[in-house]
Design a protein around this ligand. Sequence first.
Ligand code: SAM
Length: 211
Amino acid sequence: MDKSGKNKVAKETKVRWDRIAKHYSLVEFLSEWYLAPFRKILWAHASGNILEAGVGSGLNIAYYPQGARVTAVDLSGAMMQKAQERALGRNREVTFKEADLCDLPFTGGSFDTAAATFVFCSVPKPVACLRELARVTKRDGQILLLDHVRIENPWIGPLMDRLNAATSRFAGEHINHRMDSFAREAGLEIVESRRYGFMGVIQFTAVRPGA
Ligand SMILES: C[S@@+](CC[C@H](N)C(=O)[O-])C[C@H]1O[C@@H](n2cnc3c(N)ncnc32)[C@H](O)[C@@H]1O
Protein backbone atom coordinates (compact mmCIF):
# COMPACT_ATOMS: atom_id res chain seq x y z
CA MET A 1 0.00 0.00 0.00
CA ASP A 2 1.40 3.44 -0.90
CA LYS A 3 1.71 6.35 1.56
CA SER A 4 -1.63 7.99 0.62
CA GLY A 5 -3.44 4.64 0.91
CA LYS A 6 -1.88 4.12 4.35
CA ASN A 7 -2.91 7.60 5.48
CA LYS A 8 -6.48 7.04 4.31
CA VAL A 9 -6.77 3.75 6.25
CA ALA A 10 -5.21 5.37 9.33
CA LYS A 11 -7.66 8.28 9.16
CA GLU A 12 -10.67 5.98 8.80
CA THR A 13 -9.44 3.84 11.71
CA LYS A 14 -8.97 6.89 13.91
CA VAL A 15 -12.45 8.28 13.14
CA ARG A 16 -14.04 4.87 13.78
CA TRP A 17 -12.29 4.31 17.11
CA ASP A 18 -12.85 7.87 18.31
CA ARG A 19 -16.56 7.15 17.77
CA ILE A 20 -16.46 3.67 19.39
CA ALA A 21 -14.64 5.11 22.44
CA LYS A 22 -17.89 6.69 23.68
CA HIS A 23 -19.47 3.26 24.16
CA TYR A 24 -16.37 1.19 24.83
CA SER A 25 -17.14 0.55 28.48
CA LEU A 26 -20.01 -1.68 27.29
CA VAL A 27 -17.56 -3.74 25.16
CA GLU A 28 -15.27 -4.04 28.19
CA PHE A 29 -18.17 -5.16 30.39
CA LEU A 30 -19.20 -7.85 27.90
CA SER A 31 -15.74 -9.22 27.09
CA GLU A 32 -13.31 -8.76 29.94
CA TRP A 33 -14.59 -11.58 32.14
CA TYR A 34 -13.38 -13.90 29.36
CA LEU A 35 -10.30 -12.08 28.05
CA ALA A 36 -8.58 -10.79 31.20
CA PRO A 37 -6.81 -14.10 32.04
CA PHE A 38 -5.26 -14.22 28.55
CA ARG A 39 -3.92 -10.70 29.01
CA LYS A 40 -2.30 -11.72 32.27
CA ILE A 41 -0.49 -14.64 30.59
CA LEU A 42 0.78 -12.48 27.72
CA TRP A 43 2.15 -9.71 29.94
CA ALA A 44 4.01 -12.20 32.13
CA HIS A 45 6.31 -12.64 29.08
CA ALA A 46 7.01 -8.91 28.57
CA SER A 47 10.24 -7.33 29.74
CA GLY A 48 12.63 -4.43 29.25
CA ASN A 49 11.72 -1.39 27.22
CA ILE A 50 8.21 -2.20 25.99
CA LEU A 51 6.00 -0.93 23.16
CA GLU A 52 2.27 -1.50 23.44
CA ALA A 53 0.81 -1.02 19.97
CA GLY A 54 -2.88 -0.09 19.98
CA VAL A 55 -3.23 0.49 23.72
CA GLY A 56 -6.93 1.30 23.35
CA SER A 57 -8.62 2.05 26.66
CA GLY A 58 -5.66 0.67 28.61
CA LEU A 59 -7.03 -2.70 29.68
CA ASN A 60 -3.50 -4.14 29.70
CA ILE A 61 -2.04 -1.52 32.01
CA ALA A 62 -2.94 -3.51 35.11
CA TYR A 63 -0.73 -6.34 33.80
CA TYR A 64 2.34 -4.33 32.80
CA PRO A 65 5.32 -5.74 34.72
CA GLN A 66 6.29 -3.70 37.79
CA GLY A 67 9.15 -1.36 36.99
CA ALA A 68 8.78 -1.70 33.21
CA ARG A 69 9.13 1.30 30.91
CA VAL A 70 6.22 1.25 28.46
CA THR A 71 5.52 3.37 25.40
CA ALA A 72 1.86 3.04 24.44
CA VAL A 73 0.60 4.12 21.03
CA ASP A 74 -2.82 4.29 19.44
CA LEU A 75 -4.37 6.08 16.48
CA SER A 76 -7.42 7.11 18.48
CA GLY A 77 -6.93 10.00 20.88
CA ALA A 78 -10.32 9.26 22.44
CA MET A 79 -9.39 5.65 23.24
CA MET A 80 -6.00 6.71 24.55
CA GLN A 81 -7.60 9.32 26.81
CA LYS A 82 -9.32 6.41 28.58
CA ALA A 83 -5.97 4.62 28.88
CA GLN A 84 -4.36 7.71 30.38
CA GLU A 85 -7.12 7.91 32.99
CA ARG A 86 -6.69 4.21 33.72
CA ALA A 87 -2.92 4.62 34.17
CA LEU A 88 -3.38 7.26 36.89
CA GLY A 89 -2.42 5.89 40.27
CA ARG A 90 -1.25 2.56 38.84
CA ASN A 91 2.40 3.35 39.50
CA ARG A 92 3.49 2.37 35.98
CA GLU A 93 5.86 4.40 33.82
CA VAL A 94 3.86 4.86 30.61
CA THR A 95 4.49 7.33 27.78
CA PHE A 96 1.49 7.77 25.49
CA LYS A 97 1.80 8.73 21.85
CA GLU A 98 -0.78 9.05 19.09
CA ALA A 99 0.69 6.98 16.23
CA ASP A 100 -0.09 4.43 13.55
CA LEU A 101 1.42 1.05 14.39
CA CYS A 102 1.90 0.52 10.65
CA ASP A 103 4.13 3.61 10.43
CA LEU A 104 5.80 4.02 13.80
CA PRO A 105 7.77 7.15 14.75
CA PHE A 106 10.62 5.16 16.34
CA THR A 107 14.05 4.21 15.12
CA GLY A 108 14.81 0.56 14.39
CA GLY A 109 15.52 -1.69 17.37
CA SER A 110 14.07 0.72 19.97
CA PHE A 111 12.22 -1.90 22.06
CA ASP A 112 12.93 -5.20 23.81
CA THR A 113 9.26 -6.22 23.60
CA ALA A 114 6.48 -5.12 21.26
CA ALA A 115 2.98 -6.23 22.29
CA ALA A 116 -0.41 -5.89 20.62
CA THR A 117 -3.65 -7.33 21.93
CA PHE A 118 -6.89 -7.42 19.89
CA VAL A 119 -5.52 -4.80 17.52
CA PHE A 120 -4.67 -6.66 14.34
CA CYS A 121 -8.32 -7.67 13.91
CA SER A 122 -8.89 -4.03 12.93
CA VAL A 123 -5.81 -3.78 10.71
CA PRO A 124 -6.69 -4.47 7.06
CA LYS A 125 -3.13 -5.29 5.86
CA PRO A 126 -1.50 -6.99 8.85
CA VAL A 127 1.68 -8.29 7.18
CA ALA A 128 3.21 -4.86 6.49
CA CYS A 129 2.28 -3.71 10.01
CA LEU A 130 3.83 -6.81 11.60
CA ARG A 131 7.02 -5.97 9.70
CA GLU A 132 6.85 -2.50 11.21
CA LEU A 133 6.57 -3.96 14.74
CA ALA A 134 9.57 -6.16 13.94
CA ARG A 135 11.54 -3.17 12.69
CA VAL A 136 11.23 -1.28 16.00
CA THR A 137 11.99 -4.40 18.05
CA LYS A 138 15.59 -5.29 18.91
CA ARG A 139 17.17 -8.27 17.12
CA ASP A 140 17.03 -10.35 20.27
CA GLY A 141 13.67 -8.89 21.32
CA GLN A 142 10.21 -10.41 21.11
CA ILE A 143 6.80 -9.65 19.65
CA LEU A 144 3.81 -10.71 21.74
CA LEU A 145 0.42 -10.96 20.09
CA LEU A 146 -3.02 -11.82 21.39
CA ASP A 147 -5.99 -11.68 19.03
CA HIS A 148 -9.11 -13.37 17.84
CA VAL A 149 -8.61 -15.25 14.60
CA ARG A 150 -10.33 -17.54 12.11
CA ILE A 151 -11.65 -20.68 13.81
CA GLU A 152 -10.17 -23.59 11.84
CA ASN A 153 -13.29 -25.72 11.79
CA PRO A 154 -14.76 -26.99 8.48
CA TRP A 155 -18.15 -25.39 9.25
CA ILE A 156 -17.28 -22.27 11.19
CA GLY A 157 -14.17 -21.20 9.24
CA PRO A 158 -15.92 -20.79 5.86
CA LEU A 159 -18.85 -19.04 7.59
CA MET A 160 -16.40 -16.55 9.12
CA ASP A 161 -14.89 -16.00 5.67
CA ARG A 162 -18.33 -15.08 4.33
CA LEU A 163 -19.30 -12.84 7.24
CA ASN A 164 -15.93 -11.09 7.15
CA ALA A 165 -16.94 -9.07 4.10
CA ALA A 166 -19.70 -7.44 6.17
CA THR A 167 -17.87 -7.08 9.51
CA SER A 168 -14.82 -5.51 7.87
CA ARG A 169 -16.86 -3.19 5.69
CA PHE A 170 -19.29 -1.96 8.33
CA ALA A 171 -17.25 -2.23 11.55
CA GLY A 172 -13.63 -2.39 10.35
CA GLU A 173 -13.41 -5.73 12.14
CA HIS A 174 -11.73 -8.70 10.44
CA ILE A 175 -12.98 -11.96 11.87
CA ASN A 176 -11.07 -14.40 9.68
CA HIS A 177 -7.45 -13.34 10.12
CA ARG A 178 -4.82 -16.08 10.24
CA MET A 179 -2.32 -14.27 12.43
CA ASP A 180 0.21 -17.11 12.55
CA SER A 181 0.40 -17.22 8.72
CA PHE A 182 0.65 -13.42 8.58
CA ALA A 183 3.51 -13.45 11.10
CA ARG A 184 5.42 -16.00 9.04
CA GLU A 185 4.75 -13.99 5.88
CA ALA A 186 6.18 -10.95 7.69
CA GLY A 187 9.39 -12.92 8.20
CA LEU A 188 8.86 -13.69 11.89
CA GLU A 189 9.51 -16.97 13.62
CA ILE A 190 6.83 -18.11 16.07
CA VAL A 191 8.54 -19.55 19.12
CA GLU A 192 5.45 -20.16 21.24
CA SER A 193 1.80 -20.35 20.31
CA ARG A 194 -1.41 -21.12 22.22
CA ARG A 195 -5.05 -21.25 21.19
CA TYR A 196 -7.57 -20.53 23.91
CA GLY A 197 -11.10 -21.85 24.33
CA PHE A 198 -13.67 -22.12 21.58
CA MET A 199 -13.74 -18.45 20.55
CA GLY A 200 -10.68 -18.44 18.28
CA VAL A 201 -8.32 -16.55 20.56
CA ILE A 202 -4.65 -17.02 19.79
CA GLN A 203 -1.58 -15.85 21.67
CA PHE A 204 1.91 -16.15 20.36
CA THR A 205 5.46 -14.99 20.85
CA ALA A 206 7.47 -14.24 17.73
CA VAL A 207 11.07 -13.26 17.11
CA ARG A 208 13.12 -12.29 14.09
CA PRO A 209 14.70 -15.44 12.66
CA GLY A 210 18.30 -15.90 13.65
CA ALA A 211 17.87 -13.79 16.79
C1 SAM B 1 -10.22 -3.60 20.08
S1 SAM B 1 -9.25 -2.25 20.59
C2 SAM B 1 -8.07 -3.10 21.59
C3 SAM B 1 -7.40 -2.20 22.57
C4 SAM B 1 -6.42 -2.88 23.53
N1 SAM B 1 -5.23 -3.35 22.85
C5 SAM B 1 -7.05 -4.02 24.27
O1 SAM B 1 -6.58 -5.16 24.19
O2 SAM B 1 -8.06 -3.77 24.96
C6 SAM B 1 -8.31 -1.87 19.14
C7 SAM B 1 -7.46 -0.60 19.29
O3 SAM B 1 -6.47 -0.61 18.25
C8 SAM B 1 -6.34 0.70 17.76
N2 SAM B 1 -5.81 0.62 16.40
C9 SAM B 1 -6.37 0.01 15.32
N3 SAM B 1 -5.57 0.12 14.25
C10 SAM B 1 -4.47 0.82 14.66
C11 SAM B 1 -3.28 1.26 14.01
N4 SAM B 1 -3.07 1.03 12.72
N5 SAM B 1 -2.38 1.94 14.74
C12 SAM B 1 -2.58 2.21 16.06
N6 SAM B 1 -3.70 1.82 16.73
C13 SAM B 1 -4.62 1.14 16.03
C14 SAM B 1 -7.74 1.29 17.82
O4 SAM B 1 -7.71 2.70 17.83
C15 SAM B 1 -8.23 0.71 19.16
O5 SAM B 1 -7.94 1.55 20.23
